[in-house]
Design a protein around this ligand. Structure first.
Ligand SMILES: C[S@@+](CC[C@H](N)C(=O)[O-])C[C@H]1O[C@@H](n2cnc3c(N)ncnc32)[C@H](O)[C@@H]1O
Length: 261
C-alpha cells in the first residue's frame, strides 16, 4: 500500500505523514542541522537522537565565554557540544547513554573543526566524567518525556525516556550538577508540557540560584502521537498537557538557565 502523504488537510494523509517522519527518524543516516552555526550535515547512527526543535532553542539560548569548560549531558549527535566549542569553550565534554555516542559525536565534532577541544563518553549522566572536570557551563538536555511516550513517539532510538513522568531523569541530572559545576557556573535546562514540568522547575529552583526562563515556544505534536492511548492517559493523569490549535495539538517547550550557589 502506498502510505505516502498526499493532502495535508486530510487527517488520514496527515497521520501517514507523521508515521513516515517517525520511520525516517528511526533509521539514522544523515541529518542537516539548520539551527545556530548551520547548515551542518551530521552523521547519526540508528541509536542517535535526531536534533529537534528543542535542540534549536537550546542552541540559540546557549551562552558560553571564551575559555569555558562545558559539559553536555545527553549530547546525542554532539550538536550542542559543537556549538559550545564554536562559541569559544576551551574544553567540551559530551556524555550520552546511547550506543555509538563516542563514534558519532566525535566524528561530527572533527568534521566541523572542533575535534581538538571536544571529548565524548558513553554512560549514565555525569558518571563517566574524568576526575579533573569542573565545569563553567552544563548543558542539561537529557531525555525528558515519559518513558511510554518515548516508546510511542519513536523520537528516542534507544527507547530511553526521562522516567515514568519524564521528570525523574532531568531531576537526577540536576542533583548531580553540584559535583561537577563550579560555584556560579550555569546550567541550561529545557523543560516542557510533555513531562511533569512543575516537578523539574521546582527542583531547579531548590538546587540553583536565579532560575530564569530564556525562551518559550509552542511546538506541534504529530496527531498520531497526540491521539495515542499513551498520550491520552498521560493527559488524563495531568502528567502532560497538550493544547488544541485548529485540527492539531501543540505542546510548550521552555529553556531555563540557573546558577550553582
Ligand atoms: C532530547 S535528546 C538531546 C540530544 C542532543 N542534546 C540534541 O539536542 O540533539 C536527550 C539525550 O539524552 C540521552 N540520555 C538518555 N538517558 C541518559 C542518561 N541516563 N545519561 C546520559 N544521556 C542520556 C539520550 O540518549 C538522548 O541522546
Amino acid at each position: 500500500m502506498d502510505d505516502s502523504p498526499k493532502d495535508p488537510q486530510d487527517p488520514q494523509d496527515r497521520r501517514a505523514a507523521d508515521r513516515q517522519q517517525q520511520q525516517e527518524l528511526q533509521m539514522g543516516g544523515m541529518f542537516t542541522w539548520r539551527g545556530r552555526f548551520g547548515p551542518m550535515d551530521l552523521d547519526l547512527s540508528e541509536h542517535t537522537f535526531s536534533p529537534s526543535t528543542v535542540s534549536v532553542l537550546m542552541a540559540d539560548a546557549l551562552e558560553v565565554e571564551a575559555g569555558d569548560t562545558v559539559i553536555d549531558a545527553g549530547c546525542g549527535s554532539g550538536i550542542l557540544s559543537i556549538i559550545a566549542a564554536k562559541l569559544g569553550a576551551s574544553r567540551v565534554v559530551g556524555i550520552d547513554i546511547a550506543r555509538d555516542t563516542v563514534a558519532v559525536a566525535s566524528s561530527n565534532a572533527a568534521k566541523y573543526g572542533v575535534g581538538d577541544v571536544t571529548e565524548f563518553y558513553q554512560g549514565d549522566l555525569f558518571e563517566p566524567l574524568p576526575e579533573d572536570v569542573e565545569a563553567d557551563v552544563v548543558i542539561g538536555d537529557v531525555s525528558g518525556i515519559p518513558d511510554e511516550l518515548a516508546v510511542e513517539s519513536g523520537w528516542f532510538p534507544g527507547r530511553n525516556g526521562g522516567g515514568p513522568r519524564g521528570s525523574e531523569l532531568p531531576i537526577r541530572m540536576l542533583e548531580g550538577v553540584r559535583r561537577i559545576l563550579r560555584p556560579g557556573g550555569r546550567v541550561f535546562l529545557p523543560t516542557g508540557t510533555l513531562q511533569d514540568e512543575n516537578a523539574i522547575v521546582s527542583n531547579a529552583r531548590e538546587l540553583l540560584d536565579r532560575v530564569t526562563k530564556l525562551v518559550e515556544r509552542r511546538i506541534p505534536i504529530p496527531n498520531a502521537l497526540a491521539e495515542s492511548q499513551a498520550a491520552m492517559d498521560l493527559v488524563k493523569r495531568k502528567v502532560i498537557e497538550l493544547t488544541p490549535r485548529g485540527s492539531r495539538f501543540t505542546w510548550t517547550a521552555r529553556v531555563w538557565v540557573g546558577a550553582r550557589p
